[in-house]
Structure formats: C-alpha cells, structure tokens
Ligand binder design. Structure first.
Ligand SMILES: [Zn+2]
Length: 264
C-alpha cells in the first residue's frame, strides 16, 4: 500500500509541474520540443523512484548562474540603451543578431562587441528555418555570420566574440535544422526563461513574471530589436538589479568555445 502511494506521488510530481511550466510560457518563439525534453530529462534525473520532493531542481550544486540573451537586433534605437543598462551592472550577454540588421547597422554590431558581449546568429531574414532546404539554410546562416564579421573587420581583437551559436527564429527547429546547423559547425541555442518583453507588459509586470520563474541555470530571453523596446530597457534594469540582489552571476550564453552547459 505504501508503495502505491509513493508511485502516485512520484507520477503527480513528474507530470503536474511540467504541464504548468511549459504551457504557461507561450512566447512568439516557443514550440520548443527540445526545451520540453530537457525539462523531462532534468526531472527524470532529479527524481528517482526513491526520492519524493516537490521542489524543482533541488541540488544547490548548480550554482547561481543565469545566462542573458537578446534577439532580433542590432537596432540603433534600442541596442545602445540596452548596452548602457548592461554597463551599469557590469553584465554581459549574447546577442542573437538578424543578419539583415547586422548589414544595415554595422556600427551597432561593433558597439555591442566592443562592450565585451558575444555575438550569435538569428538568421538573415528571420525566416522559419524548418521550411528551408540546406542551400537556403546555409545562406541564411552564412550570410548572417559574414555580415557580423564584416562589421568587425577592422577590429580583429573582437573576432573571437563571434560565436557558432544559432537561435532559430520563432524557436522553430526540427531534426533537419539541428543536422544542417551541425554541418555548418553551429549549435542550436534555445532559451528557458522568456521575459515576455514582447507581450506589451509594464516593466514591473515583466519583473514579477521573471522573478516567479527565476531559478539557477536559466537562459533568459530579451529582445533588442523588432519593435518598441522601451519596456525591455526599463525591465532589464529591474531584472539585473534583482539578479544581483539575489547573488546571481550573470553570463553570456555563448562564447568562442560554444554554449554554456545548463543541464542539471
Ligand atoms: Zn527573433
């Protein structure tokens, strides 16, 4: 009898928080089966049949680290004020750039890199990469990398900050996208904490949503392009303040050696 209740408890723990956390976060770039499977792996590893504990991700050995990412720039209206907030908190991030924007605004690419941030790939035209064959895919990714490198051509000391990380637009990927990316030497880089800065929320509401979802090893998604980002800039200040008050280390997700390992 005791074993039956133990089994029921374990099943409830494995299923209830999963359905809540995954469905509660439908950003414009969600639909990430890989994030879901990462959660499943994490939960499966964390909760053996013997262990019953409702707290997610126990294990203090994860370290209080989070990884900061920005999508959809560079944009000369929004990237510089984002950089000013990052400088205020001495924080660095990975910027997933749209190649078209990087070609149009090379000075902004240079400004982002000069501040010590890392640069990554978000396709040239912000296309759904699952709809492309390898030729189209390789142009989307290759032209973006070339645009970023062109912007830094007079600054070879910054070249190592251009990473081989690719974030597919809308978070849309499949096995083919993973295979194409691997062929080009790229890693697919998703996120697991959407700030919802795209949803028209007030900065304080973005902070509340963020704080509710915060735990170690989150890859945080913000945007520095695409539309009016005033709420992003104001909420970024609140979020970084909160992270530092809570003792978190704030890091870029991608570096020259690849993307951070965030598994539990
Ligand atoms: Zn995007």
């Amino acid at each position: 009898m005791k074993n039956i209740w133990l089994l029921i408890t374990v099943v409830l723990i494995l299923t209830l928080p999963l359905s809540g956390s995954v469905q509660a976060d439908p950003g414009p770039e969600t639909g990430q089966t890989e994030v879901l499977s990462a959660f499943v792996d994490s939960w499966t590893q964390s909760y053996g049949q013997e262990q019953v504990n409702a707290e997610p991700l126990p294990g203090a050995d994860l370290g209080k680290r989070v990884y900061l990412t920005f999508d959809d720039g560079p944009d000369p209206r929004w990237s510089p004020p984002v950089l000013a907030v990052l400088r205020k908190y001495q924080a660095h991030a990975t910027f997933f750039m749209i190649g078209r924007n990087a070609s149009t605004f090379p000075d902004t690419v240079l400004e982002i890199a000069s501040d010590g941030n890392t640069l990554a790939n978000h396709s040239y035209n912000h296309f759904d990469l699952t709809t492309l064959g390898f030729q189209g895919f390789s142009l989307e990714v290759g032209d973006t990398e070339q645009s970023i490198r062109n912007a830094l051509k007079d600054h070879p000391e910054l070249a190592a900050q251009v990473t081989k990380c690719l974030r597919p637009p809308y978070g849309k990927s499949n096995e083919t996208v993973y295979a194409y990316a691997m062929t080009m030497g790229y890693s697919i880089s998703m996120w697991n904490l959407d700030t919802r800065d795209w949803a028209g929320l007030a900065p304080e509401a973005i902070l509340t949503n963020f704080t509710d979802k915060l735990q170690p090893n989150r890859v945080i998604l913000f945007h520095d392009g695409g539309e009016d980002r005033q709420n992003t800039i104001e909420s970024l200040d609140l979020v970084l303040h909160e992270l530092i008050m809570q003792g978190y280390e704030i890091l870029p997700y991608c570096t020259e050696s690849g993307q951070a390992v965030i598994g539990g």
